[in-house]
Design a protein around this ligand. Structure first.
Ligand code: ZN
Length: 201
């Protein structure tokens, strides 16, 4: 029994280190591991070089519905749903894998903060599990996007097919980025079988 608990503690510490390195908040770590708050705070300080941010988690669905965050959240969730459909257990390990895929798809440079933080990605999965949010199919491009739950079928148009005017800038990088997002969203099969093997191995 003692042996198991040491291994379990070790695994949880490894998980906490990974989550903190990717920007996970203390509340999320407390929920996903059995490590004490004090230990988590110590780990956080050691890894991030500063105390963890105080305050509540961003428990609001409206952030996910704004234009750019919605695209990023949808890319992440498509990756997550893909992994679960391909046999990975829903939960934190798969959230981590999907988040890493999201970073590969979306982050232009490692210096830039990703639009979707790990804690928000984790909250999004909870929102979908609790049926607060869902994936809806865009009537124009057939991509799957995050919307509030119970959005009526065949009535949703995504923000790429119908961008708000302030996002309609003649910005090449933005445009290229949108095109890439589009590709990812309309063809979830971008994750081919060799990628799947790598991820699920
Ligand atoms: Zn669309």
């Amino acid at each position: 029994m003692t042996g198991t608990s040491i291994i379990q503690k070790y695994k949880e510490t490894q998980l906490a280190i990974k989550l903190i390195s990717l920007g996970g908040r203390i509340q999320m770590l407390e929920s996903e591991t059995n490590l004490s708050r004090n230990k988590l705070i110590k780990l956080y300080k050691e890894i991030q070089g500063c105390p963890p941010p105080k305050g509540l988690l961003p428990f609001s669905t409206s952030w996910f519905m704004t234009w750019e965050p919605n695209i990023h959240a949808s890319i992440f969730y498509n990756a997550y749903a893909f992994l679960v459909r391909n046999g990975l257990k829903s939960g934190i390990q798969t959230i981590l894998k999907a988040y890493q895929l999201y970073l590969e798809q979306c982050q232009c440079s490692h210096k830039e903060e990703p639009v979707l933080g790990l804690t928000r990605a984790w909250i999004l999965v909870k929102f979908v599990e609790k049926k607060v949010m869902q994936q809806s199919c865009c009537t124009e491009c057939r991509g799957l996007f995050i919307t509030h739950a119970y959005h009526p079928r065949n009535t949703f148009t995504c923000s790429l097919c119908q961008p708000p005017s302030r996002a309609d800038k003649n910005n090449k990088t933005q445009k290229e980025n949108d095109e890439r997002c589009m590709k990812v969203l309309s063809r979830p099969s971008y994750l081919n079988s060799s990628t799947t093997r790598q991820i699920t191995a």
